[in-house]
Design a protein. Sequence first.
Length: 81
Amino acid sequence: MSYPFPLLDGRCRLSPLSRRLDDGAFSASVSIRRGQGSASTDRVVRLAPRFDSEGDALAYALQQATTWITDALRQPSAVAL
């Protein structure tokens, strides 16, 4: 499942995602998209922790994405969006 809508930070579109695992726990991932049309890039990051609820997985994915983007904007040469 994904958030009901992608969140925009001004330069990137963030789409937190979750998936139910075979044992009933949830995994988290996030899509970070930048650009438009053929000039767009989409990076999907799978996150390691497992969660008891879908909401916790989505919240963690969103928090990780916003932290990653904030760090990248502070040091643009260190992390490429």
